[in-house]
Design a protein around this ligand. Structure first.
Ligand SMILES: [Zn+2]
Length: 319
């Protein structure tokens, strides 16, 4: 599940007779021909061992299957390692964990993950995403501050050998065109928001919007469902049902349970019922970064807010 690639470039060759001792036997008249042959040989060597990056780039995108579900967990709750990860392993599901040091997470290590635990999640094959250093409103932060808060999480990951984050989640669901620009510059591929402005955000969970790659910018992916007291099993069934005809179900969770934030909490028994339902429905359950198999985020052009604006327009036209 870890999509980090190891580069395997061909060994550097220096052209010269030292690399090809047989060339010594050639007369000087034959030398240009020998050089041509050695160039051909070098060309064959290079083409025989392409870099994995090139191979990945050449990989065609897969068609989006029905019942494709992305699981995301915000804030780095301690229960991510205690409850969520073992259950996900039991069902063979992928997921993204969005890490921050805000919300008191830098000090309260009873409620939130330590960096060593984040490292364990990465080693287990889960994706570690960036939720910024301080969990501030990214739509209001000056560009440089947001950039520095992103860089901090990336540096912590680098120190611990955790794959560099390529996915992001907006703290408090607050996004802006400027934040999208900052993310793009830092080469983020996918970013998840809530469901506002198209649907008013319910703080206690609820139904949202399916991610439609034909409409939504990859750095403004909506939540199809957010767990919390207002999100029921019926809502989960509804959210999974949205994942068809090219649309993807993206689910947002906080702690299971979220000890400090009861408005987004979910009990472990109910969470496992969700996972059982996903299994029964033969859903393909992946991390946000794994969307790269189906969607090429580098192809997104135009105004990132076009999709949101067109939904808002059709909503007001139907009133
Ligand atoms: Zn958060």
């Amino acid at each position: 599940m870890n999509m980090a690639t190891t580069k395997s470039y061909p060994q550097k060759l220096v052209l010269g007779s030292g690399n090809f001792p047989a060339l010594h036997r050639f007369s000087s008249a034959l030398l240009p021909c020998a050089v041509a042959l050695s160039l051909l040989f070098l060309g064959l060597l290079l083409s025989a061992s392409p870099s994995t990056d090139k191979a990945a780039a050449a990989e065609p995108l897969k068609p989006i299957p029905d019942r494709l579900v992305v699981l995301t967990f915000d804030d780095g709750n301690k229960t991510d390692i205690e409850v969520v990860a073992p259950l996900l392993k039991k069902y063979g599901f992928g997921a993204t964990f969005f890490i921050t040091e805000g919300l008191g997470a830098d000090k309260d290590k009873k409620t939130f993950l330590t960096w060593e635990e984040v490292q364990q999640l990465d080693k287990l094959g889960f994706e570690i995403g960036n939720h910024t250093r301080r969990h501030l409103d990214a739509s209001k932060q000056p560009r440089d501050e947001l950039d520095a808060d992103l860089a901090y999480i990336e540096e912590q990951c680098e120190k611990l050998g955790i794959a560099r984050p390529v996915s992001f989640c907006y703290p408090g669901y607050r996004h802006s065109a400027q934040a999208v620009e900052v993310l793009k510059k830092r080469t983020y591929r996918f970013a998840r928001r809530g469901n506002a402005p198209e649907i008013p955000q319910n703080r206690e969970g609820g139904r949202g919007l399916a991610y439609d790659p034909a409409v939504d910018h990859p750095l403004l992916i909506p939540s199809t469902g957010a767990a919390g007291p207002k999100f029921t099993h019926d809502d989960l069934v509804w959210a999974v049902d949205q994942a068809r005809a090219g649309k993807i179900c993206v689910l947002t969770f906080h702690g299971v349970p979220a000890r400090l934030h009861p408005w987004v909490t979910l009990v472990p028994e109910e969470f496992e019922r969700y996972l059982m339902y996903l299994k029964q429905q033969n859903c393909k359950v992946i991390a946000l970064r794994d969307l790269g198999q189906y969607v090429d985020p580098t192809k997104a052009g135009g105004d990132p807010y076009d999709g949101i604006n067109s939904r808002l327009k059709s909503k007001s036209a139907s009133k």
